[in-house]
Write a protein that binds this ligand. Structure first.
Ligand SMILES: [Zn+2]
Length: 254
């Protein structure tokens, strides 16, 4: 199984990184996607992925919460690094915490969507309280986009269907699926075919039940896989096989 979204370059892992990676391998995790969030993380993500070659895969981009007044200069400095990664990310819109840089976020996201088209690199998209705005930007490039992931999907059936109109995109499903009050175990099997889902942890955040409240780590993606198998009424082997194939299709990672 593959953890498509894990901030393994974070401070939270600096003391026991080898042990975290060993536990991931032990749990059956065969690859980990590591997204950047800003210019500094171009270095930290690349260094991390060079330490675990053919296991950790870099994605580079400017996270919406990191978009400030200087976004144009930052993007100009990130762009030369893009082809070192397997995707552009994480990018998107986040109006949950703040709308201070709303216009800048919209412009920075659209610029990175254009890069995705230009370089034919998939997108790792973060979207919070901004689906309408995100969809209207993506629609402008719909036919030319190579694909990507709507990371940390937690929406309802209508929102899922709206995202699935983007053919080559999949939904990233993580720990929220396992939370007691989550509606995802009903929503997903009703409207999302298994071949449109990839697994993720978003570690160190969003630890799944029964690890909720702890630091999340890539090995815990196994709990997400198990809950997904229950929700779809299929074996864990089937979920693993299909979601691995989805990752290979979207990212070219096996
Ligand atoms: Zn993330």
């Amino acid at each position: 199984m593959i953890d498509t979204h894990c901030h393994l370059d974070g401070e939270e892992f600096k003391d026991d990184l080898d042990a975290v990676v060993a536990r991931a391998k032990e749990a059956g995790v065969t690859a980990i996607g590591v997204p950047g969030i800003d210019l500094k993380s171009c270095d930290s993500v690349m260094a991390l992925c060079q330490r675990y070659p053919d296991y950790c895969y870099p994605m580079l981009g400017l996270h919406p919460e990191e978009v400030k007044a200087d976004w144009q200069e930052v993007l100009a400095q990130i762009k030369p690094h893009l082809l070192e990664g397997v995707a552009i990310g994480e990018v998107g819109l986040d109006f949950y915490w703040s709308r201070e840089f709303e216009q800048e976020q919209l412009l920075a996201f659209e610029e990175q969507v254009k890069w995705s088209v230009e370089l034919q690199l998939p997108l790792m998209i973060h979207c919070r309280k901004a689906q309408n705005e995100m969809v209207s930007i993506l629609k402008r490039y719909k036919d030319d986009l190579p694909g990507g992931v709507f990371h940390c999907f937690t929406g309802n059936a209508l929102e899922a269907q709206e995202l699935l109109q983007f053919d080559r995109f999949v939904l990233g499903i993580g720990g929220v699926l396992t939370f007691k009050k989550s509606h995802l175990p009903e929503v997903l099997p009703a409207v999302v075919p298994l071949d449109r889902i990839v697994l993720e942890t978003d570690a160190p955040y969003m630890a799944p039940v029964p690890m909720r409240g702890q630091r999340n780590e890539p090995a815990f993606v196994a709990y997400v896989l198990r809950r997904l198998a229950e929700a779809y009424g299929v074996s864990e082997e089937v979920v693993e096989r299909v979601t691995d194939a989805n990752v290979a299709r979207v990212f070219g990672v096996k």
